[in-house]
Design a binder for this molecule. Structure first.
Ligand code: COI
Length: 357
């Protein structure tokens, strides 16, 4: 049992550690899970029963409400290890704020900071050997909350479970991505849930993405639901475009997730006195810039990939090929600087790193 001023966590350590399964030189994304997981339950209007258990399957009723009506939200975040072997989380309090924004929109209970943070800290400290220190690698952390009522009437669940699982992560994309501008299907609409990390947002993206992949693209650029002219997100990431040395990204709103990597990239760009515009950007403007030779960079930002360079943008049957990634000044610099801050090699001016243990 670990007890702090505000929360007690029952700890049951695994009798069969699996750390030997982790090959630090060949880490993929999202397939291997660390030895332990954190759980807390919400019942009678309060969170309790916090515990750390060996990672493993959970028994659940087939009538569990989240399986039917999608009261399911999640976060994505990462822990890093520096040269001294110290482990830090990247901006965890921002993930805590965001999961509560998601909870509110999905009629779910918010999670107190001490439950979220203590669960996170104790779990990552216990499994610190699972945090890789190799270049570009980290421990991906997946906190999530699901409705657990055994009831198939449609209403907000009365009971919920908060989980945290973790998984060593290497690169999400090995190559720059070819993206297709989607002008038929939509991801999000004003008044909808596009701005939160609701599981259904990801489920609904899979079919259009599959169609794009059948045409030779890896990802989609989503466009606005009304006219399919304004660019929104790129796959599961925020989208950034550099035209004529100006960094442009669609503004946060109902249809765009307030990405923590997005905010970090914009903050560094502003530190470096780069011109930043958070505004609507149309596909016509991007194609026009491509024609004029001023489209310098395009990339996605997200926790999983950090920076995913876009090599080609497909639109209405034509492919627009972007400049070589090696010559892209801003996205390469920002990608390296984020890695340096996370691994303790650059000064953490904005206090983004939160030490664990
Ligand atoms: C992220 O990069 O932040 C994501 O949400 C991607 C994840 C769904 C794999």
């Amino acid at each position: 049992m670990v007890t702090t001023d505000t929360i007690s966590i029952k700890v049951q350590k695994t009798a069969t550690p699996r750390i030997k399964e982790l090959d630090y030189n060949h880490i993929t994304f999202g397939k291997l899970f660390s030895d332990h997981m954190f759980l807390a339950d919400y019942a009678n209007g309060a969170w309790g029963d916090a515990q750390i258990l060996p990672y493993g399957p959970i028994l659940m009723s087939p009538a569990t409400s989240a399986l039917h009506y999608g009261q399911a939200i999640f976060e994505g975040m990462k822990a890093y290890k520096n040269d001294k072997g110290e482990v830090s989380l990247f901006r965890p309090l921002d993930n805590h704020k965001r999961i509560n924004i998601s909870a509110e929109r999905m009629a779910m209970p918010t999670i107190p900071e001490e439950v979220f943070m203590e669960g996170l800290k104790q779990l990552v400290a216990l499994d610190k050997d699972w945090v890789p220190d190799t270049d570009g690698a980290s421990l991906y952390i997946r906190p999530f909350i699901v409705g657990t009522d055994e009831f198939i009437g449609v209403k907000p669940s009365d009971n919920y479970r908060f989980y945290i699982i973790t998984s060593p992560a290497g690169k999400y994309y090995n190559e720059p991505v070819k993206v297709l501008v989607e002008t038929n299907y939509i991801r999000a609409v004003e008044g909808g849930v596009g701005y939160v990390k609701a599981s259904g947002n990801y489920g609904r993206s899979l079919f259009p993405t599959k169609l794009a992949q059948q045409r030779g693209y890896q990802q989609i650029i989503w466009t606005d639901a009304r006219n399919h002219r304004y660019l929104e997100e790129s796959g599961t990431m925020n989208l950034m475009i550099v035209i004529d040395d100006v960094l442009i990204t669609p503004p946060i709103g109902d249809t765009i997730l307030a990405g923590i990597t997005r905010d970090s990239v914009l903050t560094l760009a502003r530190d470096w006195k780069m011109k930043v515009q958070e505004r609507k950007i149309s596909i016509d403007e991007v194609i026009d810039a491509h024609k004029r030779g001023t489209l310098e960079e395009a990339f996605g930002t997200g926790t999983a990939a950090t920076i995913a360079h876009i090599s080609t943008i497909g639109f209405e049957g034509k492919d627009y090929v972007l400049p070589q990634v090696s010559g892209r000044i801003f996205s390469n610099r920002v990608s390296q600087e984020l890695e340096n801050i996370r691994k303790g090699k650059s000064e953490d001016k904005h206090n983004w790193m939160y030490k664990v243990g």
